[in-house]
Design a protein around this ligand. Structure first.
Ligand code: NAX
Ligand code: K
Length: 488
């Protein structure tokens, strides 16, 4: 499982472990792990050209000790110093092993077989300054294999934020635990393959703050022979309006394709008519948003409310009724706009799942959208605590937060999902999983995972491929059954 800890907790664990070890032992342990990965990456260590990019902190120290190990095995190791003073012990070890200090950084980086990025690690803050930024740019453009030490320099280890230049690594060798910034875009996108090196922090690390969802987390219970529709889950969808009908069709379609035992669709006449025509499987009810309207729809095990619903009084009445029930409720899109002025509706005992993008979350918690985008992890978590709900924050890495639980990050996201209507698909999908009895955090994380997988399948024909075909939200609906099948 991929899990991450906040940077402060990593430091605390390192301190605790260091106090029990001889001086410098932890750094040498990290360096040994880093060097071992480099050895695997090089076709031949003897004679290989290795360049170390070294900043003034311990991250540079790791790189220097790793370089010394490679030099002792015959690699030609040179160091480019980005700071006047670099780790003394590391530099001495490198020199003793035959490594040299380089002057022509650009030429050396361009010729290198392997480049170790030890400019900044978890101590890096803000945009890379010079000469770090130039060196990061040179490394990213180089032909040789780029191995980032702990974190690609320029990536904020705590958040994944990149301000300006950051190293594009082929491999990131990280120590002890993942850092959140390795799992969350844009940082995640700079890491290449991440290799976790055990430096013995285990016992000193608390429970993780972030975990990456993986297929075995999302296994949806198989329907047994005796499953009736209620065991598989009946989901109620309240979506669409006279002006907006597409959302209703997409959300219902996703629920139909996600294995719901039954989909009950309730709305005003026009969207009901369209849903009935497109999804004869759904049981539809025309309602006017008057008091107790939802009570007449029939028994459901989870509600989805909001896509295309409008934001006026009629919509508010329906959101109010759904949240007054004692079953899980997912609120999306227009429903979230209603909630921004009626946060009191969130005071309920059954689980609530909210699926905002940054703009919708901004209205819900009164924080600028840009501020949320810059620190997504923090705000997803804060929103979950403040709103008492499971919060799925959409984005190129979708995050799912629930109070006192590690945040789930979704690894299947793809820019192809940034197209109109895909959010409606997600809401119906997660609603079906909730109705099937999955816990809110699992249903939301599984939904995000399957949604990304379905988009990849739609674009490329396979979950591992990155196809070029443009996709529509409807293609994602159609690909959902294949996404489920890849989990078998
Ligand atoms: N403490 C330890 O014994 C261990 C530390 N580890 C390594 O140490 C790293 C953390 O070391 P440090 O706390 O020394 O910090 P870093 O080496 O990550 O970064 C601090 C250095 O980077 C510079 N810097 C920060 N932001 C910058 C920017 N935007 N532009 C240019 N320069 C910038 C600082 O001036 C300082 O010289 C970890 O990532 C890991 O690689 C590992 O060796 C494991 C053991
Ligand atoms: K680094």
């Amino acid at each position: 499982m991929r899990f991450a800890h906040e940077v402060g907790k990593v430091r605390a664990a390192e301190q605790a472990l260091m106090a029990r070890l001889p001086d410098g032992a932890l750094m040498r342990r990290a360096a040994a792990g880093l060097a071992a990965v480099c050895v695997r990456l090089l076709p031949r260590v003897y004679g290989a050209e290795v360049v170390l990019l070294v900043g003034g902190g311990a991250n540079g120290g790791d790189a220097l000790y790793a370089g010394a190990r490679l030099a002792r095995r015959g690699a030609r190791v040179g160091v480019v110093r980005a700071a006047d003073t670099v780790h003394e012990g590391g530099l001495a070890a490198l020199r003793a092993a035959g490594g040299r200090v380089l002057d022509d950084a650009a030429g050396a980086v361009a010729r290198a077989d392997l480049i170790i990025d030890g400019l900044t690690g978890i101590g890096g803050t803000g945009a890379l300054r010079e000469p770090h930024a130039t060196l990061a740019r040179l490394a990213s453009a180089a032909e040789g294999t780029v191995v980032a030490c702990d974190v690609p320099s320029g990536v904020d280890a705590g958040t994944g934020r990149v301000d300006g230049e950051a190293v594009h690594a082929d491999v990131t060798v990280t120590f002890g635990t993942y850092k959140p910034g390795l799992l969350i875009d844009p940082g995640a996108d700079r890491c290449g393959v991440v290799e976790l090196v055990d430096i013995g922090l285990g016992a000193d690390l608390p429970d993780p703050d972030v975990v990456a969802a993986r297929p075995s987390d999302v296994l949806v219970p198989e329907p047994g022979a005796e499953s009736d529709k209620y065991r598989r889950g009946v989901v109620g969808i309240v979506a669409g309006s006279d002006q907006y009908t597409g959302a209703a069709v997409l959300s219902t379609g996703a629920a139909v394709h996600a294995g719901a035992g039954m989909v009950r669709f309730a709305s005003v006449e026009h969207p009901v008519e369209l849903v009935r025509r497109r999804w004869p499987e759904a049981v539809t009810t025309v309602i006017e948003p008057e008091p107790k309207a939802l009570a007449g729809v029939g028994r459901v095990q989870a509600w989805v409310v909001g896509p295309g619903l409008g934001t006026g009084e009629a919509a508010e009445e329906l959101v109010t009724q759904a949240l007054a029930t004692d079953v899980p409720v997912l609120v999306d899109a227009d429903g979230l706009t209603v909630l921004a002025r009626r946060r009191d509706l969130l005071a309920r005992d059954a689980p609530t799942v909210l699926t905002p993008h940054a703009g919708e979350l901004s209205r819900l918690i009164g924080v600028d959208r840009d501020v949320i985008e810059a620190r997504r992890l923090e705000h997803a978590r804060r929103a979950a605590a403040e709103l008492g709900a499971t919060v799925l924050l959409k984005g190129s890495t979708t995050l799912v937060a629930e109070q006192d639980r590690p945040v789930r990050v979704n690894p299947t996201g793809t820019p192809r999902l940034a197209t109109a209507g895909t959010g409606d698909v997600l809401s119906g999908l997660v609603g079906a999983l909730l109705a099937g009895g999955m816990a809110a955090l699992d249903a939301a994380a599984a939904g995000a995972y399957l949604h990304g997988l379905a988009a990849r399948i739609a674009a490329a024909g396979g979950p591992e491929e990155y196809g070029q075909a443009p996709i529509s939200a409807f293609d994602v609906v159609t690909a959902l059954p294949r996404a489920f099948r890849t989990l078998d």
